[in-house]
Design a protein around this ligand. Structure first.
Ligand code: NA7
Length: 557
């Protein structure tokens, strides 16, 4: 119960992924009474739902971890450099126990409406079971990749086999031994799942609409001496994250210098160290091929001009194609696994374990649906324009209604009952990805218009939750009833978000990514995350708070 009103809590948070979990910890610290509503039966969000074989994080675990508790940092052990889903979920559960978060979470509770009550200045949330809860502040911690996209395919309801989605993978073991399995989709989820499914299935057929750019992931176990070095330097790592465009320190134990320099000297050195990284254009194709021979295709990602210089991007594409053609034995399959339609950097970079090698297995076949279009799903499989594939199991690895899906589906209405979907009819409009005009005291964590998915999510989450907690504390201290952005702040910000994305590989006309909403039929094509970099973004948020929120309208009774 809220101390100030008859509401059920001071703040209701929707979602108990990492954002909702940290919100409990941080809001409690700010003296707020918090209640979290979560659709799943436990914590973890993305890592709770995405249990498909091969699911893994593409940010090193030392970095993809919370920085708010130095004790937690020291105590937790990551078994691998890039963690698998079970280890990340174990981390989420550990945090939940350690900070006693469960008592403020109501599980198995899906929110069906989020409505602002003008008269009472309260947010009223209705659950699917008809329960009604209210609070002065509402925080949507609903995740960026939390609404699975399952495209409609004619005849899908007739399929007699089992249907699965990577983003809704069952908790219990799925036994595919000896079965004929089909996978639709070759984004990150498909690419991670395909090698694992191939090991289990009798036969695996991959239905690919668009070839992917993927490079081998780092698959090293966490060595104890390396882990110790990371842990000794955690304060520096966190500071470096704050200065990095993607919220990742890229700290390397080999960069630690002699013991003569003080810790703060080292910090300053590292922060200002110029990166003399050679470019694709200066090194040239032959030298880069030698590097690929030595260290794998992933070296291509180390060159910054890959994303900014079309000439460099073209060289990278050529090298990529040549190397994939060498790896995949069947030349026809290899050709189909490659695209010339768009370059590196348009879509989120995928990291894999044995993706291309998997196509050399006898029990794996590729159907390129660009020239063998899916016509329908039948009782026993998939019918394409070139034939029928018999299947026992069909796996949709078809992604998410990203960034806005969870918000537009929550039936949010603001002042005078105005739906958020009306406001966002031409794409999401927010100020800093944190708030929307017309929706007072409603906050979004890692919302569209913030760095979110282009940043280390745990860094982005901590920054947003801290900002929201400080904002609510300010409102309380100053006896302010409502806060929402000025219309001009929103329009200026959205203009800026669009401007910084222009001319990047992300928004090239031939690029159709989920960043642009292009994977969802009928969704407005607009680049949703903020690509101007985390440090620049954080400075802007800090300036707002320090100046007393001049970009927002506040009201007091
Ligand atoms: P993605 O990256 O959106 O990939 C979805 C895949 O599914 C992609 O290959 C799509 O092809 C394919 N797809 C979608 N609809 C269809 C239909 N109707 N027919 C055939 N193929 C289809 O989602 P992921 O889950 O892999 O990854 C999302 C993010 O999660 C990832 O970037 C990481 O950040 C974690 P398309 O390219 O649209 O032609």
């Amino acid at each position: 119960m809220s101390k100030d009103t008859n509401a059920d809590a001071d703040v209701i948070v929707v979602g108990a992924g990492f954002a909702g979990m940290y919100a409990i910890y941080r809001f409690r610290k700010a003296g707020l009474n918090v209640k979290v509503l979560e659709a799943g039966s436990d914590v973890g969000g993305t890592w709770y739902w995405n249990r498909y074989p091969g699911a893994r994080c593409d940010v090193p675990s030392i970095e993809y971890s919370f920085g708010f508790s130095p004790e937690l940092e020291q105590d937790w052990h990551w078994p691998e450099v890039f963690s698998a889903q079970p280890d990340i979920l174990a981390y989420a559960n550990h945090i939940t126990e350690r900070f006693d978060l469960r008592r403020d979470i109501q599980f198995n509770t899906r929110v069906s409406a989020v409505e602002y009550q003008d008269e009472q200045n309260l947010w009223r949330l209705t659950t699917e079971t008809g329960e009604i809860l209210s609070a002065k502040y509402c925080v949507m911690a609903t995740g960026c990749l939390s609404v699975p996209n399952r495209p409609h395919i004619d005849g899908e309801e007739t399929f007699k086999g089992r249907t699965l989605h990577t983003g809704l993978w069952p908790k219990e073991q799925v036994d595919l031994t000896g079965l004929r399995v089909g996978v639709i989709g070759t984004g990150s989820s498909g690419v991670q799942a395909i090698p694992e499914l191939a090991k289990q299935a009798g036969h695996l057929t991959v239905f690919q609409r668009t070839p992917v750019y993927t490079v081998p992931a780092n698959r090293k176990a966490m060595r104890s001496e390396i882990e110790a070095t990371f842990k000794e330097n955690y304060a520096d790592i966190r500071e470096m994250q704050q200065k990095n465009i993607g919220g990742v320190s890229n700290f390397s134990p080999s960069r630690i210098n002699s013991s003569e320099t003080t810790s703060s000297d080292k910090r300053n050195e590292k922060a200002s160290e110029p990166r003399s990284v050679p470019t694709i254009m200066t090194l040239g194709k032959k030298a880069i091929q030698s590097l690929i021979d030595e260290r794998g295709l992933g070296v291509l990602l180390g060159f910054r001009d890959l994303l900014t210089d079309p000439g460099a991007n073209e060289i990278a594409n050529e090298l990529y194609r040549e190397n994939v053609l060498r790896q995949v034995k069947d030349k026809d399959t290899a050709e189909h696994l490659l695209t010339e339609e768009f370059g590196f950097g348009c879509k989120r970079q995928v990291l894999d374990r044995d993706y291309y090698e998997t196509y050399n297995r006898d029990n794996v076949s590729l159907v390129d649906v660009r020239n063998s279009a899916i016509q329908c799903i039948t009782e026993t499989g998939i019918e394409t324009s070139t034939g029928h594939t018999e299947l026992d199991v069909l796996v949709y690895a078809t992604g998410f209604d990203a960034m806005t899906g969870a918000l537009t589906r929550a039936n949010i209405t603001g002042r005078q009952g105005k739906p958020l979907t009306d406001k966002w009819v031409s794409g999401p409009v927010t100020y800093l990805g944190l708030q929307m005009q017309g929706f007072p005291n409603l906050f979004t964590v890692t919302g569209p218009g913030s760095p979110s998915v282009l940043c280390n999510m745990l860094v982005a989450i901590e920054q947003h939750v801290n900002w929201i907690a400080d904002c609510i504390t300010h409102l309380r201290d100053k006896h302010i009833d409502t806060i929402e952005p000025l219309a001009s702040s929103e329009s200026d910000w959205i203009q800026h978000v669009n401007e910084v994305s222009e001319g990047t590989m992300y928004t090239a006309p031939n690029c159709n990514s989920w960043y642009l909403g292009a994977n969802i039929e009928g969704k407005t094509r607009i680049f949703m995350p903020y690509v101007g970099g985390y440090p620049r973004y954080k400075t802007k948020c800090d300036e707002e708070a320090e100046a007393g929120y001049p970009g927002f309208q506040c009201t007091s009774s």
